[in-house]
Design a protein around this ligand. Structure first.
Ligand SMILES: CC(C)(COP(=O)(O)OP(=O)(O)OC[C@H]1O[C@@H](n2cnc3c(N)ncnc32)[C@H](O)[C@@H]1OP(=O)(O)O)[C@@H](O)C(=O)NCCC(=O)NCCS
Length: 180
């Protein structure tokens, strides 16, 4: 059931003073494996990736757009505090990040998720994860759940066609790239 949208929600790019609040929000969900953990220094370093939703009182939710190159971006670290969920805030943050992706003329935006239904509504479609080697090289080999990953890869836009990742043994720790 859709709850009423809080009044005066602002979606804006994050600035450094938001870093601690973003860290707290991501930490909340990383404990239950819903999000990849991010350290505070890592968030500060990448603060320009982040977009936040706020009311007059504080940060309600956050999300980030990471650039792999001119071919691909990734929506990551999407989170809304439990008391604000199902009020359209998550959708507003994604819309803001996709608008930013369009401004940068990114042909493809990817993400890995356990809630594909949420992202399908927002225009993403499922793909084979081996089609996203950038993401696998960046995150999967360090992930505690790499051997039991239950996340779905999704993209919006045209998939990069430069390379494909062979995941023969299903372990992304030692991937090999082949041209296609
Ligand atoms: C995912 C998340 C950001 C969604 O934020 P939100 O503000 O609640 O989302 P919205 O209100 O914009 O939802 C819009 C629609 O998406 C769908 N949706 C929202 N959350 C969903 C979920 N967890 N699973 C499946 N569908 C979901 C619903 O259809 C919803 O519409 P409805 O409320 O009318 O049924 C939030 O649930 C969250 O922080 N989850 C924990 C962290 C997480 O899992 N992040 C995603 C990692 S990839």
């Amino acid at each position: 059931m859709k709850l009423s949208r809080p009044q005066r929600v602002t979606v804006r790019k994050a600035i450094l003073p938001d870093a601690a609040a973003i860290h707290g929000l991501i930490f909340e969900y990383s404990r239950s494996y819903n999000l990849l953990a991010r350290s505070l220094p890592e968030i500060c370093e990448n603060i320009r990736d982040f977009t936040v939703a706020e009311d007059g009182k504080g940060i309600m939710g956050c999300g980030a757009l990471h650039f792999y190159g001119i071919h691909l971006g990734e929506v990551r670290s999407i989170a809304v505090w439990p008391r604000y969920r199902r009020r359209g805030i998550g959708g507003m943050i994604i819309d803001g990040l996709l608008e930013e992706a369009d401004q940068h003329r990114l042909p493809c935006v990817c993400l890995f998720t356990r809630i594909p239904a949420f992202f399908k509504e927002l225009g993403f479609a499922e793909v084979e994860r081996g089609r996203l080697p950038d993401k696998i090289y960046k995150d999967c080999h360090e992930c505690r759940r790499r051997d039991e990953c239950d996340e779905v890869a999704m993209v919006r836009g045209r998939l990069p066609s430069l390379a494909r990742l062979e995941l023969g043994d299903k372990k992304p720790a030692r991937p090999s790239l082949s041209r296609i």
